[in-house]
Design a protein around this ligand. Structure first.
Ligand code: PLP
Length: 373
């Protein structure tokens, strides 16, 4: 029987909390408090606690979270900010929005994140921040990144947009850097019913600066202390996110269960399967495999009703806005090679055993391998 399995299906997660979310949003409608207010403050407090940090500032989206975090650090024209050569383009766009230049470090050959062994080569006197990305839901090598950053006195801003709830050495990602940025784009592990984002931090001064930056630089009615932006997390979204946050642990658990099944069923193929470092708890925002014949496999799966994704089909410096970005080492060859081999298999809470088995069977049949049972 031919099944049809999308890369991401949000309907299963929404089914169980639909009424609760609508009730929470109706409460916002009844209060007429659509911008800032109690519901946003409550979400911020709950998400900060979840991330094991004192402060959370809700902003318009994940890109703005990164942009405002860099602004809060005073990053601007003439500065450099280091990030990974293989991330969603928004990480680098946020650097460009701040006026700084993005410097792109190649990928760790054994993982998905920036190769911390190359970080020192990327640092110059102009480096004002380092943005490790917890790509696909797997934490970056924070011990090494933080040690190098500390040695050079450079602040670290985590891009945790794909890793809500992931753990590094038993501690939540988002609690390691001076700040950490999250996206609540609907398909993320914690997703809103539209756009949303947040910055979390342990530094009260940075939290206050972020609150000004997201709200016109306003310190009091008609009193503005700087060039602020209009980038708040919508109160309606905060209400929905409060309901969803209570399910995040369960949903991440379902992702891990599905990943475990994939891991067993695909162990006899020649795919490179995602590895979980012993220090890390992966939350599988994406389940990314590697194969030399990625495009053939992708086409065969699509014909069998299995819809995969590619994250991402190019390295950042292969995209027009970052064509002239400095790469370390030159050309970031691992990131380029990976972009040709990567394939994201369907992954979402609600991807049950039957569906995982179907995907695995189709993968094995396309590769001429046997499914392990
Ligand atoms: C989704 C994402 C962003 C951007 O978030 P938006 O809310 O879509 O602006 C930034 N970085 C990474 C790694 C992401 O996955």
């Amino acid at each position: 029987m031919l099944l049809n399995i999308p890369l991401v299906d949000l309907s299963a997660q929404h089914e169980s909390i639909r009424d609760e979310m609508i009730e929470a949003m109706a409460g916002v409608v009844d209060s007429s408090q659509f911008i800032l207010g109690d519901e946003l403050r409550s979400f911020e407090a709950e998400f900060a606690q979840y991330c094991q940090v004192p402060y959370c500032v809700g902003v318009g989206n994940g890109t703005e979270a990164l942009h405002l975090a860099l602004r809060a650090l005073g990053v601007g024209p003439g500065d450099e900010v280091i990030t990974a050569a293989n991330t969603f383009i928004a990480t680098a766009l946020a650097i460009a929005h701040s006026g700084a230049e993005a410097v792109l470090v190649d990928v760790d050959p054994d993982g998905y994140s920036m190769d911390a062994g190359l970080l020192e080569d990327a640092i110059t006197p102009r480096t004002k921040a380092i943005i490790p990305v917890h790509l696909y839901g797997h934490p970056a090598n924070m011990s090494d990144v933080l040690a190098i950053a500390d040695r050079h006195d450079i602040p670290v801003v985590e891009d945790a947009s794909q890793a809500h709830g992931a753990l590094y050495k038993g501690q939540r990602v988002g609690s390691f850097g001076r700040m950490a940025c999250f996206s609540f784009y609907p398909g993320k592990n914690l997703g809103a019913l539209g756009d949303g984002g947040a910055v979390v931090t342990g530094d009260i001064e940075l939290a206050e600066r972020l609150r000004l930056l997201r709200h016109f630089g306003q310190v009091g009615k008609n009193v503005h202390s700087g060039i602020g932006f209009n980038s708040r997390l919508d109160t309606l979204q905060a209400a929905a996110l409060r309901v969803k946050l209570r399910k995040l642990e369960e949903w991440n658990g379902l992702r891990r269960t599905a990943a475990g099944l994939y891991q067993n069923l695909l162990s006899e193929t020649d795919l490179v399967l995602p590895a979980e470092h012993p220090d890390c708890t992966h939350v599988y925002h994406l389940y990314v495999v590697q194969h030399e014949e990625r495009d053939r496999l992708n086409d065969a799966l699509a014909s069998a009703g299995v819809h995969c994704g590619i994250h991402y089909p190019t390295a950042l410096h292969e995209q027009e806005p970052f064509r002239h970005a400095r790469t370390v080492p030159h050309g970031a060859p691992v990131a380029v090679e990976r972009s040709r081999n990567m394939l994201s298999l369907p992954m979402f809470p609600g991807l049950d055993e039957e569906k995982v088995k179907y995907v695995a069977e189709q993968v094995c049949s396309a590769l001429g391998a046997t499914v392990v049972r």
